[in-house]
Design a protein around this ligand. Sequence first.
Ligand SMILES: *[C@@H]1O[C@H](CO)[C@@H](O)[C@H](O)[C@H]1NC(C)=O
Ligand SMILES: *[C@@H]1O[C@H](CO)[C@@H](O)[C@H](O)[C@H]1NC(C)=O
Ligand SMILES: *[C@@H]1O[C@H](CO)[C@@H](O)[C@H](O)[C@H]1NC(C)=O
Ligand SMILES: *[C@@H]1O[C@H](CO)[C@@H](O)[C@H](O)[C@H]1NC(C)=O
Ligand SMILES: *[C@@H]1O[C@H](CO)[C@@H](O)[C@H](O)[C@H]1NC(C)=O
Length: 311
Amino acid sequence: MIASSIAVSLLAAAASAQQLSSNLTQVKDFGPNPRNVSFYIYVPKTLPPKPPILVAPHWCHGTAQQVFDYRSWASAGDQYGFITIYPNTSNFADQCWDVSSNATLTHNGGGDSLGIVSMVKWALKKYGGDKDRVFVTGTSSGAMMTNVLVGAYPDVFAAGSAWAGVAFGCFAGDGFDVWSDGCATGKVIKTGAEWAEIVKKAYPGYHGFRPKLQVLHGTVDTVLYPQNLQEEIKQWTSVFGYNPTRNETTPNTPLEGWTRYRYGPKFEAYSAAGIDHNIPNQDDLVLEYFDLVSGHVMEDQLRQSLTVPYS
Ligand SMILES: *[C@@H]1O[C@H](CO)[C@@H](O)[C@H](O)[C@H]1NC(C)=O
Ligand SMILES: *[C@@H]1O[C@H](CO)[C@@H](O)[C@H](O)[C@H]1NC(C)=O
Ligand SMILES: *[C@@H]1O[C@H](CO)[C@@H](O)[C@H](O)[C@H]1NC(C)=O
Ligand SMILES: *[C@@H]1O[C@H](CO)[C@@H](O)[C@H](O)[C@H]1NC(C)=O
Ligand SMILES: *[C@@H]1O[C@H](CO)[C@@H](O)[C@H](O)[C@H]1NC(C)=O
């Protein structure tokens, strides 16, 4: 079964009101891109030196344009001085990301993940971006891709924020864009050590920096069952060497009924009581987690005009 089961009414309510804007620019010929992912970018008119870069992969049945329209990343980028990359899948069957192939789950192995990383590298070079402040966030399929990118490219990303996704490798299957009913329904259950091994195999021999990660999930999600939050917790606490049962528990954060569990400086999980797959995004929470807000607000004297047009 493919992801037509993800009848994502995500943001359907917002869809009627919003005027589609054409502020996105498409970039072509940006480097290795074996799965022909399309690259759209939003570059604020003024940028600080070494701007951070945010990658915002869409959900299933979603598009780059929809993420642009329904998330505040671009206007936040105007305010705080960062670039947003909106990749668009070429999987027109269901607009889900390839989070199953060995290629996408392998560092420099290919798949959608490599195309997206090529976009990051292109933008870092083109705009003199800060390679230590590259972030990724998404919901549903975008959250799965967030797990994939921080897992397979720990050298590229500083942090990720995954909303209603699944653990790295949970959708692993025979080929590209395979839909895993087993994973979606919370039946792919592994130990932390097993999950961590899958992450380590994605980039054999790598012992460098690993991005910090926050994961969020509703307790009544019937598209990607809430067991997937537990699997993410086991996976990333094991990768970081944190005790999965010891956490700092903070109720009603950021919303009433949501509970934050912090396991260590690099990993936190939120369980949102009574929330289904249409998890309401909290853009401010993500921007703060990535430290795109505090301490990095552009000073007037730091602003510089962007004179080089993008191609
Ligand atoms: C790549 O995708 C675009 C649409 O996004 C399409 O127009 C183009 O034909 C595709 N190219 C290849 C080689 O598949
Ligand atoms: C992304 O792909 C979808 C599906 O082909 C298309 O409707 C949309 O125009 C593309 N571009 C953007 C910017 O979303
Ligand atoms: C998009 O473009 C419109 C019209 O040019 C502009 O008013 C709006 O502020 C832009 N949005 C963003 C997020 O930059
Ligand atoms: C996965 O892909 C990598 C890189 O392309 C390759 O070295 C490895 O043999 C593949 N593993 C499997 C199980 O196909
Ligand atoms: C968080 O820690 C408490 C004990 O301090 C434990 O009872 C609870 O199960 C933990 N929750 C999660 C989601 O790890």
